[in-house]
Design a protein around this ligand. Structure first.
Ligand SMILES: *Cc1c(COP(=O)(O)O)cnc(C)c1O
Length: 507
């Protein structure tokens, strides 16, 4: 491959996101009216994603609920759209007092809410007050909850016990292997669960154990399968002591495929190694190696990248996790759950908002870099906090939406023009480090000021999680878009409600 061939990482876009990105004029008019950066959400897609997860449940004859991990996106439209889904099948996982209040205001009743994460007394009180399920992090948190319930005369609160530190020991995994799962600062280590069971028995007047939970921040199927079967066995232990848990909550982390083509991902990651070795020009700002380094002519370290091309992700990942024989008992987790009469809870964040949104930025300036010929700086009306793909090391190209839908004008002295070009995307902060990505991004042609770059699939964590008001730069507005009778309509995120439109049929 020629060394100057463009190394694309083109995004995976499916309908309806794909057809939205085809509406350059509409998207330009939104940025003209509402400013750059701008977040655009497709609330209908989040409901479709929930349905896809639930169809995996059906395929395995499992009951339970899909809880949206709210922390992935602050949007009202997405949470309201999910509130309108089947109340038995779809809930919300909130990790702060603010998210709990928001979920309730969006139409979720308390019994559809799961409270996870670190909790202050106000969060615990409101969760218990509205009848949410509390995903209890530690024995200390359980005590705090029990005191609140008793002290305020609240009704018995449903709790899940969040566990961590799963490992296979001699009595469990056989053959003397000890496979520790990754450490977590959340959850009660399985080794200390005994004290938790005792506390649950002692405080049975105030709290009811309805299940066991974990959330492992990994893509590793084996590690997750191990934790899942361990929970099934621990459920039986709990029942033997007279506790009555009914559900296993396996958390989130089902993942999203961001890059469409496996070959592009392979090519880029291979080229990164070559660039780190000096065998080709840098692919990144100032030779950043994403964790790789050259040592005596070989590449060392591991690339700390999100696996942006995925062969299985989201509902497909859940299907695979449930289907493949689990490590210790050698049976599929779905079978174990069924036989032990356990419901399945999941808490997808990123995967539930797959294909649900796009972040738009206006191109403000295009100029040559001083250090390499034929490379350009493209300054955007956004900063790294507004589209924090880099923060999560998700590497994927934006889509160029020319101002007039016209092919590009040659840039400046005519060396740009209608051919692929490598650019560095820089942000609107007066800060050397404000790069939208440290990766050299190839675009099909050089953009011009006034064009828009669309970052696809940013609804999970990339849109508003890291947005800030540094330098009083504008924080992105967020709009919800819906398609009615072939035409795209939009409204501010906070004005979206999942109503049947009075004249025009369902949203
Ligand atoms: C963040 C989080 C999730 C969601 O994780 P994703 O990777 O976005 O699916 C689910 N459960 C808990 C407890 C979390 O902290």
């Amino acid at each position: 491959m020629a060394k100057d061939e463009p190394l694309y990482l083109r995004p995976r876009v499916e309908p309806p996101l794909a057809s939205l990105l085809g509406e350059a004029r509409f998207l330009h008019s939104l940025v003209d009216a509402l400013g750059s950066p701008l977040n655009v959400l497709l609330p209908e897609v989040v409901a479709e994603n929930a349905a896809r997860f639930l169809s995996v449940y059906r395929r395995h004859r499992l009951s339970g609920r899909v809880y949206f991990a709210h922390k992935a996106n602050r949007s009202s439209a997405l949470v309201r759209r999910l509130a309108a889904c089947d109340p038995v099948a779809v809930g919300v996982d909130v990790a702060s007092l603010g998210e709990l209040r928001h979920a309730l205001g969006c139409g979720f009743t308390g019994d559809r809410v799961m409270a996870t994460g670190p909790k202050d007394p106000q969060f615990l009180w409101l969760a218990a007050r509205v009848g949410a399920t509390v995903n209890v992090d530690s024995a200390g948190e359980l005590r705090q909850l029990v005191e609140l319930v008793r002290g305020h005369g609240l009704s018995r609160t449903r709790v899940l016990a969040r566990l961590s530190g799963f490992e296979s020991d001699a009595g469990y995994g056989g053959v003397g292997t000890r496979v520790l799962s990754r450490g977590s600062r959340f959850g009660t280590p399985v080794a200390e669960a005994e004290a938790l069971w005792s506390a649950l028995e002692e405080h049975a007047d105030a709290v009811e154990l309805v299940g066991l939970a974990y959330h492992l921040d990994t893509t590793g199927l084996e590690e997750k399968a191990r934790a899942l079967e361990r929970c099934v066995l621990l459920m039986d232990e709990c029942r033997a002591r007279g506790l009555t848990p009914g559900a296993v909550d396996i958390g989130g982390g089902f993942g999203v495929g961001y890059v469409a083509e496996a070959a592009e991902w392979e090519r880029w990651t291979t080229a990164l190694s070559e660039a780190v070795l000096g065998a080709r020009p840098p692919l990144t700002w100032r030779g950043h190696g994403y964790g790789l380094r050259a040592e005596g002519g070989t590449v060392r370290g591991t690339a700390a990248l999100y696996p942006a091309h995925r062969t299985v992700a989201g509902p497909g990942y859940l299907d695979e996790l449930l289907s493949r024989p689990a490590p210790a008992l050698g049976r599929p987790p779905a079978t174990l759950l069924l036989e032990h009469l356990n419901n399945l809870y999941i808490e997808p964040g990123r995967a539930l908002v797959d294909q649900c949104g796009v972040s738009l930025a206006r191109v403000l300036e295009v100029r040559r870099t001083s250090d390499a010929p034929d490379r350009y700086l493209v300054r955007l009306g956004m900063n790294a906090g507004d589209v924090s793909l880099e923060e999560h090391v998700v590497l994927v190209d934006p889509v160029l939406l020319p101002r007039d839908g016209a092919p590009g004008e040659p840039y400046g002295d005519g060396t740009g023009g209608n051919r692929p070009v490598g650019v560095h995307l820089v942000g609107n902060l007066c800060l050397e480090a404000d790069l939208i990505t440290r990766r050299l991004v190839y675009l099909p042609r050089l953009p011009s000021a006034g064009d828009v770059l669309a970052f696809a699939n940013t609804a999970g964590y990339a849109m508003d999680f890291h947005a800030h008001r540094a330098q009083r730069q504008p924080v992105a507005r967020t709009v919800a878009v819906t398609r009615e009778a072939g035409a795209w309509r939009w409204c501010p995120d906070e004005d979206y409600w999942p109503l049947i439109h009075p004249e025009k049929g369902p949203f």
